[in-house]
Design a protein around this ligand. Structure first.
Ligand SMILES: [Zn+2]
Length: 262
């Protein structure tokens, strides 16, 4: 408990994404309700010692419901890597966000806080929160962001724009991969809250995989992905990503900046 409180005090706010600019690791002024960095609840997902089940809360603007394939992919992949014997389920809610214009990281944070049904650590339930708002991110070319330890946003207007005329990949495929990519950041990938013994972080795009077959490859969340991928987008973690997660789960790899520990 003390450890968790200390972690909260020590934790700054890291804004993740920006494949274009790499990670901004500047600390943003902390409001009391802003909790943790992406990866701060990695162990909470990988362990079942307190959180035996998990909810993916999806709040979408009217007309911005995610594809069923996106929800299924998230649930399947999290089931693969996390330890949730009570199951992982999605709760999808149409939401009127009280924000207009471009989405800054703080706008994502405050709307995530305002609309969530329950806190991330809710008794024995771990809750991660995915927003699908209308509008675009404040930085050009970014399709999704991870803010805090439990909050991500995916920008479907930008995804539609990123679809090329051949629809290869299609907007649906892009949404699938971008959403899983952002949730992968909540799992701490790559090297956000640990240092992998495997050399798979892209040195030009910190926090991302250097393997274009991993969903954690940097270009997955970039509107320039059409220039990088001509067909199928990766929609899964690769062997190195999975090895990192399994060593974090076993304790062989030290996890830092955790809001909760088993
Ligand atoms: Zn990313």
């Amino acid at each position: 408990m003390q450890r968790a409180a200390l972690a909260l005090l020590l934790t700054g706010l890291m804004l993740l994404p920006g494949c274009l600019g790499g990670i901004r690791d500047g600390l943003v002024e902390a409001l009391p309700e802003q909790r943790g960095i992406p990866g701060g609840l990695t162990l909470a997902c990988l362990s079942s010692s307190q959180f035996t089940d998990m909810v993916i809360e999806i709040d979408h603007a009217p007309g911005y419901a995610p594809e069923a394939t996106t929800v299924e992919l998230l649930t399947d992949r999290l089931n693969d890597v996390c330890d949730k014997p009570g199951g992982i389920r999605a709760e999808i809610t149409e939401t009127e966000f009280t924000h207009s214009g471009a989405w800054s990281p703080d706008a994502v944070r405050s709307q995530a806080l305002e609309h969530r049904e329950a806190p991330p650590m809710d008794g024995s339930t771990l809750r991660w929160h995915v927003l699908f708002p209308s509008g675009e991110y404040s930085e050009d070319g970014v399709l999704g962001v991870a803010v805090n330890a439990a909050d991500v946003a995916v920008f479907r207007d930008s995804i539609e724009d990123a679809e090329n005329i051949l629809r290869r990949p299609s907007a649906e495929n892009i949404e699938n991969s971008v959403t899983l990519h952002e949730v992968g950041h909540l799992l701490g990938l790559v090297n956000l809250v640990y240092t992998s013994p495997r050399d798979h972080e892209d040195e030009d795009h910190p926090g991302h995989s250097s393997n274009e077959d991993s969903v954690m490859y940097w270009a997955v969340e970039s509107s320039s992905l059409g220039a990088v991928f001509s067909g199928q987008l990766p929609d899964d973690f690769d062997d190195d990503d999975r090895a990192d997660l399994s060593e974090l789960a076993s304790g062989d790899l030290e996890a830092e900046q955790q809001l909760w520990r088993p």
